[in-house]
Design a protein around this ligand. Sequence first.
Ligand SMILES: C[S@@+](CC[C@H](N)C(=O)[O-])C[C@H]1O[C@@H](n2cnc3c(N)ncnc32)[C@H](O)[C@@H]1O
Length: 205
Amino acid sequence: MSEGDLQGQDVSRETLDRLRIFADVLKKWNPKINLVSKRSLEDLWVRHIADSVQVFKLAPKGVEHWLDIGSGGGFPGVIAAIIAVDESPKTAFTLIESDQRKSAFLRNAARECGVNIRVISKRIEEVEAQNADILSARALADLSDLLRFAELHLANTGIALFPKGENWKKEVDKSLDEWRFDFDPVTSLTEPNAVILKIRGIIRV
Ligand SMILES: C[S@@+](CC[C@H](N)C(=O)[O-])C[C@H]1O[C@@H](n2cnc3c(N)ncnc32)[C@H](O)[C@@H]1O
């Protein structure tokens, strides 16, 4: 287990302490509600934590509102909120997670880490428009569905950050039937064939 390994990404000592608390809470809850697979728990720091840190690092600092959808075990939403305590303290975080037990975990983990996060336990499509500056989602849906969620909850000037696996080009091509957008595929630090799609200017055609 690569405890504390953030793949060379720099965070403060205080942030690292909070991330350690988060890792402990996740390990405590995981056997009961299966937040991450048992196998990936062995590589929690790289597979999940460092993978989420890189999403935070791609967002501009000082934005008002960050929305993470389908947050599950808190990736990348809780990790981004933890780093923001130091690096972007004015940013408010909202997480949408429809599963009640996972929502309870997210609230508990935020409290234990001393981070202020609003958790909405509803389906993304049933939540009132959030007008977010940043929208993140990992392992939630294919790109076309994510763009539908962005249409609901992302401000016109906002940025979507979607980690995607090696099939990302196919997902982009498929989504162009229905959408136009500007995008930048940033190579993942944790998985060489994966990217984080940084997307702006989403328009339905
Ligand atoms: C595969 S998990 C990914 C969790 C986390 N983002 C990660 O990367 O580890 C997808 C999560 O999205 C939630 N979810 C799926 N569809 C949803 C919806 N329509 N509204 C709210 N939450 C949803 C599920 O309950 C689940 O926790």
